[in-house]
Design a protein around this ligand. Structure first.
Ligand code: SF4
Length: 363
């Protein structure tokens, strides 16, 4: 308690001292990452959107591929959605890639190729929330806007020993104020990068390296030994199940595929015609339904099954191979493609696994 009162009293001094310690630590320990050596808002934006989806190690490859294929916002804006989805393949949350394309078009066609230079205007663009806006505005334009990603939430919750759930409405507001308060107004870009890096390298979810932490002297959770319980998250919504019974028709080296429609998972990606259900369907019923759709089949067999986890859904997918005696009419807006061309269509991770399972991935 005594420490806490002192801390409140001397807060500006502690802040300054800790901000300085944080920057010194950052200069000595930061990883050399390509988006850190640029002030180009396009590249910073690309890296932030990709890093929302994956960890730095995997994100780096995607970032380099995107910059290589789409070196400017103009080239990204003029690319087809399928080119972008194909490059994004494996990252999940495909709506992020579609939003990225839409935003690139707005910047290129409506804003003369220039990114807005402040966080509030950046947030008007599709797919750019408060965090991404603060990252672009501070890294590219040095605006004093504090970033708040998972790493920063964790560091702040521990420094302030704050147990308000970080995913609650009040938590987001509270932590956003704490982040802004703690921001170094002289070096906002460096401060933001430093606190994120600290969360990634030192103040890790498990076993934080407190003895080597530059913020140890002001960290209340360290003083009180509460850091293991922080940050606090509200329990997530119940994850629902969904059952997908895919039909893999085969005739003369071809199969039927379809483009997934809007308003559902994997919009714009390709997979097979499918019987879709919120509850388990007996396999005999599936065989009957497929037989009704494909009267000219010579054989139906289940060839692959897997469970696939999305954020709010557990998918149970089964794949039925149907050998045909002659070509049937396309179903569910599908169309015939050569099997050898299947891998050129953008696909979900689930469908990609299926393709690998039947050895359709030709190198
Ligand atoms: S002292 Fe430990 S718990 Fe506190 S910020 Fe540093 S690493 Fe995290």
């Amino acid at each position: 308690m005594c420490f806490f009162l002192n801390f409140i009293h001397f807060r500006p001094y502690f802040y300054q001292m800790s901000q300085q310690n944080l920057l010194t630590w950052y200069h000595q320990n930061k990883r050399d990452l390509p988006w850190r050596s640029t002030r180009d808002p396009y590249k910073i934006w690309l890296s932030e959107i990709i890093l929302q989806q994956t960890r730095v190690e995997q994100g780096l490859n995607y970032f380099l591929k995107f910059v290589d294929e789409f070196p400017t916002v103009k080239i990204l804006a003029e690319a087809s959605q399928e080119q972008i989805l194909k490059l994004w393949q494996g990252l999940g949350y495909y709506s992020r890639a579609r939003n990225m394309h839409q935003t690139a078009k707005i910047i290129h066609f409506d804003l003369d190729g220039k990114f807005p230079e402040n966080s509030s205007d950046l947030q008007k663009l599709k797919g750019i929330g408060p965090y991404t806006a603060a990252a672009i505005a501070s890294f590219a334009f040095n605006e004093a806007a504090a970033v708040l990603d998972g790493n920063v939430f964790r560091v702040l919750s521990r420094i302030f020993d704050e147990n308000t759930p970080i995913n609650s409405h009040s938590g987001k507001k509270l932590f956003s104020n704490l982040a802004q308060d703690f921001l170094n107004p002289l070096y906002p870009a460096l401060h933001n990068q430093a606190i994120m890096e600290l969360g990634a390298l030192v103040c890790k979810p498990q076993n934080p390296d407190c003895p080597n932490c530059p913020l140890q002297t002001i960290c209340l959770a360290y003083q009180r030994k509460t850091y293991k319980n922080l940050p606090v998250k509200e329990k997530k919504l119940k994850v629902k199940s969904r059952y997908l019974y895919y039909m893999y028709f085969e005739y003369n080296g071809k199969t039927l595929i379809r483009k997934r429609v809007s308003g559902d998972i994997w919009e714009g990606l390709y997979d097979l015609p499918c019987i879709d259900s919120d509850s388990l369907i007996d396999e005999i019923v599936i065989f009957e339904r497929i037989s009704e759709l494909a009267l000219n089949q010579s054989k139906i067999e289940k060839i692959y099954a897997l469970k696939h986890q999305l954020t709010h859904r557990t998918l149970f997918a089964e794949f039925f191979k149907i050998e045909l005696n002659q070509e049937i009419l396309a179903i569910q807006d599908s169309f015939w493609v050569d099997l050898a061309l299947l891998k050129s269509f953008p696909a979900s991770r689930l469908f990609e696994k299926f393709q690998q399972s039947i050895n359709l991935h030709h190198s």
